[in-house]
Design a binder for this molecule. Sequence first.
Ligand SMILES: Cc1cc2nc3c(=O)[nH]c(=O)nc-3n(C[C@H](O)[C@H](O)[C@H](O)COP(=O)(O)OP(=O)(O)OC[C@H]3O[C@@H](n4cnc5c(N)ncnc54)[C@H](O)[C@@H]3O)c2cc1C
Length: 404
Amino acid sequence: MENNTDKNRSNTYDCIIIGGGASGLMLAAGLECRGLIRGLIIEKTSRPGSKLLMSGGGRCNITHGGSIKEFINAYGDDAGLRLRKCLYRHSNTELTGWLEETGVGLADESGQPVYSYDLSEAGRIFPASMRSADVLNAFLRAAKSNGWELRTGKTVCGIEAGEEDAENAWTVLTDDGCSYYSRCAVIATGGITYPETGSDGSMFGILRGSGIGINGPRPALAPINVKDYPYEELSGISIPDVTVTAFASDAAYTCKGKAARMNGDLLFTHRGFSGPVILNISRYAEPEQLIRIKYNKEFNELPRRMRKILEDRSRGSSGDIRTSKLAGLLDADDFTVESVDRRGMVTAGGICLECIDMATMQIKPGLYAVGEAVNADGITGGYNLQMCWSTAMTAADSIREKIY
Ligand SMILES: Cc1cc2nc3c(=O)[nH]c(=O)nc-3n(C[C@H](O)[C@H](O)[C@H](O)COP(=O)(O)OP(=O)(O)OC[C@H]3O[C@@H](n4cnc5c(N)ncnc54)[C@H](O)[C@@H]3O)c2cc1C
């Protein structure tokens, strides 16, 4: 086992990226070392990019088409506005262009080719092979050819600040007793969901201990489980174009201070609801508070088994169906949120945006935060990986300026 606590050439770097997930690898792919600087990626697991591999059901919805201007609303509350500069500077056109240059062709959801010079009609964008491994390999190859060293199976358990802008401004400690020294350190440790991929949120505790503001992380893009759920037998059935409203008592769960309302397809599960509209609204679903479902359908348009359940729920004490109650359920089927499923695709919350200079992604001079570790999360459709790219490339610009 290494036990490297003395400063020497082998443990002194210009930049250390903590976390070899999507955003850490993107940063390394976009920042050349080439003998000019020494760069190290420290990854907790034996396999970098595990979450990227799972993304899009293994197909990797890497970004979205349309103008980058339209991305701003995809990140809830004020995060989109704060991310604006990063997104404009390092847009979906840049990300798709980079992938094309590295040999990863792109396609839309139906498999039609997509080109970076015209993303106007593209919608969700995937690698043409529909294999997330091709995207991961492109980032890994570029990081390697850029001269980054990758150490896996090492968990960062502390970060200490030294003298500002000094060669050893940041000391990064790992759980095997090693210390690494660097001018810059980047937090790219992801969120709290799917901890088996390595992103278990443990870095948030370390940062909190160093006085960095963390907004309580919670799962998002996740199914919502509700109390007194009557639709268990409908599990697996979905209904298109439903309106869901999430009410909240805590300001952290509101959308611009108001109840969040969204439209889309809803899927019944064993314990509650899922489907695009639920995943997207889940960041606003506060336990013990109400979600309201409006089906936007005539009773006869609903699945037969669901009609039976709705009729049973509308019966009066004498067993007769109360039509006003039935109509009420179609318009406002209310449930108390029991929990938001832990297996969310992303994390809402993280390093507070007010602590970050969004023009450089610096928390403190030489300490950066990128990707899902930051308190910004998008709806489904490739917005989260785009956010990883835009924040990582913004940090790369600043690190390049600082070090070269
Ligand atoms: C099932 C699923 C499907 C998804 N599909 C899509 C999709 O199609 N499109 C999209 O845009 N987004 C999708 N996402 C979200 C997207 O994958 C994430 O937003 C993205 O991977 C976040 O990248 P990241 O680098 O910030 O964090 P991660 O990818 O989570 O990487 C963080 C890395 O840091 C490492 N790490 C953590 N703590 C430490 C430590 N203390 N020391 C060293 N290393 C550490 C972890 O091991 C991990 O490798 C999906 C997510 C899931 C779970």
